[in-house]
Design a protein. Structure first.
Ligand SMILES: Cc1cc2nc3c(=O)[nH]c(=O)nc-3n(C[C@H](O)[C@H](O)[C@H](O)COP(=O)(O)O)c2cc1C
Length: 470
């Protein structure tokens, strides 16, 4: 498959793609190689790509995949604070879930539910532009910054949307995200969204973009306010309450515990991380440039997944949260990202940036990829593996420091570029010689750090035998 990787990445993933192979190429793009093979049996007719992608080559490579999974019937139902989800995937509270039509379209396409864009009683005035991004070589987002606040609809408009959504989609899960400025507002909003028929409430203690002081992230960084406002929301509603935490803090367990003490049934994490994505070197203004000024804004997308995983793992490993639901988000693009969050202890998954970049259609590969993963591993339900990887996450002083795992060069795949040699020379332990354009390992110098494996552009370095240091 390696030689089609570039071809697949050049594909623009067009809407209503003229090639008719969009579904298969999309599966490859979203880390769902076996899903692409599975889909091939339902999609045999393809056209040429008007933009020069070699569709025939891609399809022919996919057809060579011999690990065919033809049965994808596996139970991926989940629940959020006891409410049934047809799958673990929800839109997270943001622009992607900010109107009736948007949520309805997402539901029709297979999302199990949504956390609606945060509603409030404040006057919300947004800036333009309000986004900036860090780009990968193919122009995709590595990370994404926004300086957006909350819903601009009036409370009444949003409540009407909730009523209509629940009427049309009774089996989809609708969670209202709310933010108040004081206890009365939290209590009032909680009671209003309950009357409107929402299934649960998420408390936004974490937006880093608020123009009003002592709201959003200011609350999430202050456990006393978290406790007070969770209690206020609890007074306003008997619905399940999920407190959404900020990652702009060292120890998330402190405010999370306060929300539990205040009556929360679950924790959602992470909201976005305060950031500056860059400075425009023509105007000399940081991005995004809003009439020649900018501000810190929330970072999300692929770049933040490691931080999200860390916080979910922190929460899942703390026994004071046993029994509380953990809803994870931050950089989920593929089923693999979702599986990682589940393995570290989350029970539902929320998504925004990937949807902003690629649309609601990513749900296809989130679901199919997750099902194929479970089939392969013989898991019958999500509970078979939720939290499993927590077991192998230990303190640094508990790690095995007596074993060296050496790299092994696969000379059939090695193209002789010498990247492993350069990195080992200048960033490692000078343990690779480069002779006749081939790397050769000097085991007496190698410490088994695996930098060579990570920089190899052709995945030509694997692992060889271990040595136990005496
Ligand atoms: C444009 C934009 C608007 C957002 N608005 C909200 C919001 O109104 N309420 C909220 O709780 N989180 C909001 N978020 C945060 C997301 O719900 C989510 O926590 C964060 O983006 C991380 O997930 P992701 O990497 O999948 O985007 C927003 C994020 C973005 C990018």
């Amino acid at each position: 498959m390696d030689d089609i990787k570039m071809e697949v990445h050049k594909c623009m993933l067009c809407h209503d793609a003229p090639c008719k192979a969009e579904r298969i190429i999309r599966a490859l793009r979203f880390d769902n190689k076996l899903g692409a093979r599975y889909l091939l049996d339902f999609n045999e007719h393809f056209e040429d790509c008007p933009y020069g992608i070699d569709v025939e080559k891609i399809v022919s490579e996919v057809s060579k995949e011999d690990n065919l999974i033809s049965d994808t019937s596996v139970d991926i139902t989940a629940n959020i604070c006891g409410i049934k989800l047809e799958n673990p995937f929800l839109l997270s509270s943001s622009v992607v879930s900010s109107s009736y039509d948007m949520c309805a379209r997402a539901f029709d396409m297979g999302w199990a539910g949504c956390v609606f864009k945060t509603i409030c009683l404040m006057e919300i005035n947004e800036s333009s532009p309000r986004f900036s991004s860090l780009r990968d070589w193919d122009n995709s987002f590595l990370g994404f910054k926004n300086i957006e606040q909350l819903s601009e609809h009036s409370l009444e408009e949003n409540l009407e949307i909730f009523r209509k959504l629940k009427e049309k989609y009774p089996s989809k899960v609708l969670i209202a995200s709310i933010m108040g400025r004081n206890e009365d507002e939290w209590e009032f909003l909680a009671s209003k969204v309950t009357e409107a028929g929402c299934d649960a409430i998420e408390l936004n203690f974490s937006c880093p973009n608020m123009e009003y002081k002592d709201t959003g992230v200011d609350v999430g960084q202050d456990p006393d306010l978290v406790l007070k406002y969770t209690k206020a929301a609890r007074r306003g509603s008997k619905l399940p309450i999920i407190a959404k935490m900020t990652p702009n803090i060292t120890d998330m367990c402190i405010p999370a515990r306060a929300s539990k003490d205040g009556g929360a049934d679950g924790i959602a994490a992470i909201n976005t991380i305060k950031s500056i994505t860059g400075v425009d070197l023509d105007s000399l203004v940081p991005e995004p440039n809003v009439s020649f000024k900018s501000a810190l804004g929330g970072y999300s997308g692929r770049a933040v997944k490691p931080i999200g995983l860390r916080f979910i793992s922190d929460l899942a490993s703390d026994s004071s949260f046993n029994g509380l639901h953990l809803s994870a988000m931050g950089g989920v693009y593929t089923w693999r990202d979702a599986a990682e969050y589940l393995l570290l202890g989350a029970s539902s998954i929320q998504v925004t940036t990937a949807v902003m970049e690629y649309g609601y259609r990513i749900i296809d590969d989130l679901i199919l990829g997750l099902k194929i993963f479970m089939k392969q591993k013989n898991y019958n339900s999500l509970n078979d593996f939720i939290g499993y990887s927590k077991l192998s996450l230990v303190q640094l002083d508990e790690l095995d420091r007596k074993t060296i795992l050496y790299p092994k060069f696969n000379y059939d795949k090695c193209v002789g570029c010498g990247r492993c040699f350069i990195s080992c020379m200048d960033g490692g332990h000078q343990a690779i010689k480069f002779e006749n354009r081939k790397p050769i390992l000097d085991g007496s110098r190698c410490v088994g750090c695996h930098l060579c494996k990570l920089v190899c552009p052709n995945e030509a370095i694997g692992c060889a035998v271990k040595r136990i240091i005496k």
